[in-house]
Design a protein around this ligand. Structure first.
Ligand SMILES: *Cc1c(COP(=O)(O)O)cnc(C)c1O
Length: 377
């Protein structure tokens, strides 16, 4: 069956087209042009900072943050095993070692305890991920990192708009990174952004983005840099998107709350649960999440197959944890991450999905989960 309800799709409901046409008319289609700075300022304003650096995707945002913090071979960085692969790859790009840690059953992110347990003598930093937009306890992780002289990067690719204790995610660590890929809450097609606390590191990150060139001396490159720039056309889309960020965020919140209502009978029977916000935290609800209560990956996959083939409802499994990938496999077990990864799925969650459609999708999910659970019994 064709996909009737995709998991995600970009909704360009603001001034994106007007800004893109303006960018084209201006002749500035590559990485100079006014929209880059306007987009950077508009995102920074949401993050309680006055500086941000737009780059060409969320993966290189992580790479730039690691390089700006001077990550080198012979050092190690703690990363949650349950994340998108980019988080770990950025560490590998620097020749450093990825050290995996287990996650919390509530928000799917690192905890201060899991970070403590993973710590090694060569650990210089931690990358915390706000998985599916649920804030990890980065207040406690920041304290731990400060105590031990290490840095913290917050991977906020999924958490634009989320906050912890009234502060936006991304405002706790030494650096934060964002992604504006097509399925993220706001998108530039491909795009990313870095924030950094330290002014010296900000300058270094700006040089790294632009081939290592000295801003005061053309074609003088005192370091090996990269071409990680965002185009003005992408930034024009991004400005239109970020102006509508509150709309997109309230849509994601409405959608998750509505699913929670329809899926409540599954929760009552212990067949599935939707992760919830912890006290003092506000999620971005990037994608609505459902974690099945029993059965393992075969049951989860059967539910997903059935929703697609019978009803055209697309879903996504949770990320495959890093310890299951060949390059990050280790001889250790990560029971919480493994359980979430094997039982978790994301439901259609795009702005504009109607209440009636959510109710209908939810009913099909309830029926599919009940049927598959019956097969187990
Ligand atoms: C999307 C995502 C990224 C990477 O973003 P790209 O823009 O696709 O390179 C990094 N980390 C997490 C957790 C993500 O979800």
């Amino acid at each position: 069956m064709n996909v009737r309800f995709p998991v995600s799709k970009p909704v360009l409901a603001g001034r994106e087209k007007e800004y893109v046409v303006d960018a084209l008319d201006s002749g500035w289609i590559s990485s100079n042009g006014a929209y880059i700075g306007r987009f950077e300022s508009a995102v920074a304003a949401r993050l309680d900072t006055d500086w941000s650096l737009a780059v060409c995707n969320g993966t290189v945002a992580l790479h730039v943050a690691c390089l700006a913090l001077d990550l080198r071979p012979g050092q190690s960085v703690i990363v949650p095993t349950l994340t998108y692969v980019a988080t770990a790859n950025a560490v590998s790009y620097c020749g450093a070692k990825v050290v995996l840690a287990d996650v919390s059953p509530q928000d799917g992110g690192l905890t201060a305890d899991s970070v403590r347990a993973a710590w090694r003598s060569d650990t210089v930093g931690v990358i915390a991920v706000h998985l599916y937009g649920f804030p990890a306890p980065v207040d406690e992780i920041t304290d731990l990192c400060r105590e031990r002289g290490a840095w913290l990067i917050e991977d906020c690719a999924e958490s634009l708009g989320a906050s912890l204790k009234g502060r936006p995610t991304g405002s706790f660590g030494d650096a934060a990174t964002f992604s504006f890929y097509g399925n993220k809450t706001i998108s530039t097609g491909e795009g990313g952004l870095v924030t950094l606390r330290d002014p010296t590191l900000r300058q270094r990150a700006t040089m790294l983005r632009g081939q290592g060139m000295d801003p005061a001396r053309r074609y003088w490159h005192p370091m090996i840099g990269y071409n990680y720039r965002m185009t003005n056309v992408a930034a024009a889309i991004g400005l239109g998107q970020v102006e509508c960020a509150d709309y997109h965020l309230s849509e994601r919140r409405r959608i998750a709350a509505r699913y929670a209502r329809v899926l409540a009978p599954l929760e009552a029977d212990g067949l599935a649960a939707m992760p919830r916000e912890m006290p003092d935290s506000r999620g971005s609800f990037w994608l609505s999440c459902l974690v099945l209560g029993r059965g393992g990956p075969a049951v989860r996959d059967a539910v997903m197959d059935r929703l697609l083939s019978q009803h055209g409802i697309e879903t996504r499994p949770y990320f495959v944890p890093m310890h299951r990938l060949p390059m990050y496999a280790v001889d250790a077990s990560f029971p919480v991450a493994t359980r979430l990864a094997e039982h978790g799925m994301n439901l259609p969650s795009y702005s504009g999905l109607s209440d009636a459609d959510i109710d209908w999708i939810g009913e099909q999910v309830v029926a599919a989960v009940r049927d598959e659970a019956q097969c187990l019994a």
